[in-house]
Design a protein. Structure first.
Length: 295
């Protein structure tokens, strides 16, 4: 066994990741000069279905508990990634990047995010295994992140990204400018990972489950961005739901010594919160801007 699974599981999983990246980047994108919303939703649905099937596979081979932990971790990481997409959208709008440029930036951003998440996850699980008090540190950090997100100040987390973007300026997407924008995307993902990875660690300490659930969510991040890009502005209440999820997993981590919350309850809570706030965002009219008449 290595980090929660046999070497065969690790090799097979990375073979699946390599195949999915090849299909996405080598086949789907090669034959399309633009990103259609229909294709983006289709590929997002395929990746979500594969993640669900992977969870069923884990349930069948390693027990129902591990399968539920994977699905819970995948939902937490995927839902928190939506807040990440808001920052990407603002970033790309400020630089006036067209669809092709956005696609290239996110392509390299996803590859870099996979590597960074792997490092963060192995460090995080190692700290929790050797220093029990880090559980309280992570739990408190998640509660602070929940308060920050509830106050809708998540964009403050993009400070390093703003600095890199200011270096890029408004020049054409030349090599130097392109690299700075990719670094800005990576810096943004790095900061959001500080919230999302401890959140998944509150659900399970199994390195293999944390890693695979994160990577499956990251694989769908690029297609989800293009699928939701036209609707992100309308999901104006979703950050409250994400804050509630962060608060829940933070409290779960802090109270873990005294109260054991079943993973089925965690999964049901996450699904319910996402459904309620997505529904509320969809059917609540946005507030008019200052100085504009009520419609």
């Amino acid at each position: 066994m290595f980090a929660g699974a046999s070497p065969g599981y690790w090799i097979a999983f990375h073979a699946i990741v390599g195949l999915l990246l090849f299909v996405d980047l080598g086949i789907l994108q090669r034959h399309s000069r633009s990103v259609s919303v229909r294709t983006a939703w289709g590929w997002t649905a395929v990746l979500a279905a594969l993640a669900f099937c992977f969870g069923l596979f884990l349930s069948h081979t390693q027990g129902r508990q591990r399968g539920l932990e994977f699905l819970s971790g995948y939902l937490v990481e995927g839902s928190l990634s939506v807040d990440n997409l808001f920052v990407f959208l603002l970033m790309f709008r400020s630089l006036r990047l067209d669809i092709e440029q956005q696609r290239r930036v996110l392509l390299w951003g996803v590859v870099g995010a996979i590597i960074m998440r792997g490092v963060f996850i192995f460090v995080g699980t190692s700290l929790l295994a050797h220093f029990a008090w880090f559980e309280d540190v992570f739990g408190a950090f998640l509660l602070i992140a929940a308060v920050r997100l509830f106050r809708h100040k998540s964009s403050v987390s993009a400070g390093p990204a703003r600095w890199l973007l200011s270096r890029a300026g408004s020049t054409p997407l030349a090599l130097s400018s392109f690299l700075l924008i990719v670094l800005a995307v990576e810096a943004t993902d790095l900061i959001f990972a500080l919230d999302s990875i401890p959140a998944v660690l509150a659900i399970t300490r199994d390195t293999f489950i944390v890693y695979t659930s994160n990577i499956f969510a990251i694989l769908g991040l690029r297609s989800l961005y293009f699928a939701l890009s036209s609707a992100l502005d309308r999901l104006r209440l979703l950050h409250y739901g994400l804050a509630l999820i962060l608060a829940f997993v933070g409290a779960k981590m802090l109270l873990n010594r005294w109260i054991q919350i079943p993973v089925t309850w965690s999964l049901a809570f996450i699904v319910l919160v996402l459904a309620v706030f997505a529904f509320a965002s969809r059917f609540t009219a946005p507030k008019p801007a200052a100085g504009q008449p009520q419609k």
